[in-house]
Design a protein around this ligand. Structure first.
Ligand SMILES: [Zn+2]
Length: 233
């Protein structure tokens, strides 16, 4: 499992990879989980968290980068176990009540077809257990974790409810605002609004972050993000 450290003493541990990434931020004795992956990955997620000597009950906060099923299907279960506070975008308020967030549009012909099929299958396959949020982010939301500082900003485009988590102004966890799978592009294969997503990349470049951890695939460095941002201008 990959681990990153910030100068403020925050440690980011990747606790799920493969289909979707999840990360846990630890500073002093506080643990904040970012995304939960799919329900089918719950056992793996809990095993990975526990293998880092963190008890699921000790998770104080769960932040969802957005509420597509592959990022939030275990949110309800984790809240039941840990009684953590859940932080999501204000744009997710309606969908989390019903337990279904519309799939994003495809950005290529094959993914457009998949997205269309997804619409038909809908909630049955791409739904999740509805849950109650504790904080709805609009604009910027900041809090401390031990000696570390978390700042959450809205980075919509992939979905209206996409947010990014800036850890100590050094590393950003960006959900599906970027994709770390392809060699030549950081564009996700599904996105509701590409120009808005590129604008969000600009927002992320305004931070001092040097590293961007996506919801799928590997970390993206600042240099690569800058190049992709200017290519889309
Ligand atoms: Zn997504």
């Amino acid at each position: 499992m990959r681990i990153w450290n910030t100068t403020n003493g925050s440690t980011i541990i990747q606790v799920l990879k493969g289909r979707s990434n999840s990360y846990i931020i630890v500073n002093e004795r506080s643990a904040t989980l970012i995304d939960t992956g799919k329900k089918s990955a719950f056992k793996q997620l809990s095993r990975n968290i526990q293998s880092n000597n963190i008890n699921l009950k000790d998770i104080s906060t769960l932040i969802l980068t957005h509420t597509h099923y592959d990022h939030c299907q275990s949110a309800k279960q984790i809240k039941c176990i840990s009684n953590c506070s859940i932080i999501v975008s204000h744009s997710a308020a309606k969908s989390i009540k019903t337990g279904y967030s519309k799939l994003p549009k495809g950005t290529t012909l094959p993914t457009k077809i998949i997205s269309g099929l997804g619409e038909i299958i809908g909630k049955q396959k791409f739904g999740y257990d509805p849950f109650e949020p504790d904080t709805l982010v609009k604009g910027v939301y900041e809090f401390s974790i031990g000696r570390g500082k978390i700042s959450i900003i809205e980075t919509s485009g992939h979905s209206p409810d996409s947010i990014s988590i800036i850890v100590d102004n050094e590393i950003a966890i960006v959900g599906d605002a970027m994709f770390g799978i392809f060699r030549n592009s950081i564009c996700p294969p599904f996105s509701d609004d590409i120009p808005q997503m590129v604008e969000s990349w600009g927002k992320l470049l305004q931070t001092n972050c040097k590293l961007f951890l996506p919801g799928h695939g590997k970390e993206i460095n600042r240099d690569r993000l800058e190049k992709q941002y200017f290519r889309h201008q």
